[in-house]
Design a protein around this ligand. Structure first.
Ligand code: ATP
Ligand code: MG
Length: 232
């Protein structure tokens, strides 16, 4: 029997809380891809390029031509519950963006090594920041055209059990392909491209409407089948 003073229940450390929260959002490489594409879409991008190495286990890079992040906000973007998309509880009723929780970047940086380069529209210089274990390094100036490039490498390098449960490269890459397809479907007006180990795998130029995007992604037989089902 435990001594009366020995607590069985304790509050977790901040680091443990962050690791657990990150694991809920990021459970495999395709979760990183999903979150980064959503951020690119929310930033008003017209072109989003995704480059992955080894099924995303070694590297995931998402580059966009969106509005970018002001240098003074970059560190904040990696704090939990930090977002530009929501201010008050009432705003929850009018969310128009894909993200709003302020959880994605801190979660990704808690489970991988992150490098972000970003150039805010209208600014003269861009900025670069690297983070490991969620901890930011020194913010540096960098030359970049407007937009943002986020690289997440060595996913789960600090969570060996999760790393061990990652599947083979083709399986993880298959999940990424489906994620990219789904995101491309949700935003027909954006040009989306994907490379794997340096080779171009998908290229979906911008489409003016959803029907053309579906045609582009799934082909004419699918569109005519869906059309038939809808008209019966
Ligand atoms: N590619 C990007 N371009 C411009 N701003 C970005 C980009 N990615 C992130 N940001 C900025 O960083 C903030 C934090 O991003 P993060 O993904 O962590 O949270 P969120 O998108 O607000 O919410 P959620 O956690 O639901 O995705 C965003 O609110 C946005 O202001
Ligand atoms: Mg987000």
């Amino acid at each position: 029997m435990l001594a009366e003073s020995a607590n069985t229940i304790g509050i977790l450390s901040e680091e443990t809380i962050n690791q657990i929260a990150a694991g809920e959002l990021i459970d495999r490489p395709c979760s990183v891809v999903k979150e980064l594409i959503e951020n690119a879409i929310d930033a008003g991008s017209t072109v989003v390029m995704i480059d992955v190495v080894d099924g995303g286990k070694q590297l995931i890079r998402v580059s966009d031509d969106g509005e970018g992040i002001p240098p003074e906000d970059i560190r904040l973007a990696f704090e939990r519950h930090a977002t530009s998309k929501l201010r008050t509880v009432d705003d929850l009723w009018h969310v128009r963006t894909m993200g709003f929780r302020g959880e994605a970047l801190p979660s990704i940086s808690a489970v991988s090594k992150v490098k972000i380069r970003t150039m805010r529209e209208g600014r003269k210089t861009g900025a670069e920041l690297t983070l490991s274990n969620g901890l930011p390094g020194v913010l540096e100036e960098t030359a970049l055209s407007s937009g943002t490039i986020v690289e997440a490498s060595d996913i789960f390098f600090n969570a060996p059990v999760r790393r061990k449960f990652l599947k083979t490269t083709p399986t993880e890459f298959g999940h990424i392909c489906r994620t990219v397809q789904n995101q491309a479907l949700s935003a027909p007006a954006i040009h989306v491209g994907l490379t794997h180990n340096g080779k171009r795998v998908s290229d979906f130029p911008a489409m003016s409407n959803m029907r053309d995007r579906v045609l582009q992604l799934f082909g004419a037989p699918f569109v005519s089948d869906v059309g038939n089902v809808c008209s019966t």
